[in-house]
Design a protein. Sequence first.
Length: 320
Amino acid sequence: MPPASPPNASSLPFLLTGIPGLEHLHPWISIPFCLMYIVTLLGNSLLLLTLRLDRSLHQPLYHFISMLSAIDLVFSTAVVPKMLGVFWLGWREIGFENCFIQMFFIHTSTAVESGVLLAMSFDRYVAICHPLRYHTVLTGSRATQLGLLALGRAAGVMTPLMCLLTSLPYCQSRAIPHSYCEHMAVVGLACADPSLTDLYSLIVATLLVGTDSIFISFSYGMILRSVMRLPAQEARLKALRTCGSHVCVILLFYVGGLLSMYLQMFSIGRGPHVQVLVADFYLTVPPMVNPLVYGMKVKQIREGIVRLLGQWAGLSVSQA
């Protein structure tokens, strides 16, 4: 009987190292990430339930906020459980296909979130600059269509990237110096020239992030100009408060993403653990903060959460 042929090196599992140089601190480092993940699950789930059950919140803006919460749940769940497995149990191995599936969910989620933030900026622009046309321009079905368009755009540009990445041959050294399948860290293990993959990812990132951020900046610039023209100070403050939570989420998303990306590209003078920790926090902090920002800053959502919790408390008392 002929001997079995050795497995193709490119189909072997990868090994996640966690945080290079800080492996002895993994159990302690895992605590804040675990707590953030719990807050992410509870906060986004509560926000989704509130927006789903409270009929007064069935408006286009709140459809977009629901989409952000759903994206954040998918985003964090694609990364944090495996990360905690590495930190707690030493489950470093991740299958070849699973690694790229995780990467696909990370990149697709960030691209969808960028598209939804763009749609939200358009929603606020119409609501503040053209209030009389708001209910004709933006409806619930149109908000859903914009969300599906953002999802289709993200999946459409990320699928070719995954095809390019999986077609590369990978060397016998399978250790990824990261706590998840980070794009640049995985490409660094390729035995072939990844120039085409790097060029494609650079073009996609520039077009998506660059175009979205330009249109978002333009929308909020027009909103600010329109708000400053309002005669009543109370109306100006109300409009600014309405947009304040959106601007906080946008800054956290884009500034955090750019910081993480540049640290991965230019690591001169910084230990590898700094790059990994910044990337890990970028994947875990925004999904945790987003529902807290909307829950505290948007009055209608805050009141809806209070009503929902009040109903649950009343139901518990009546059952007791």
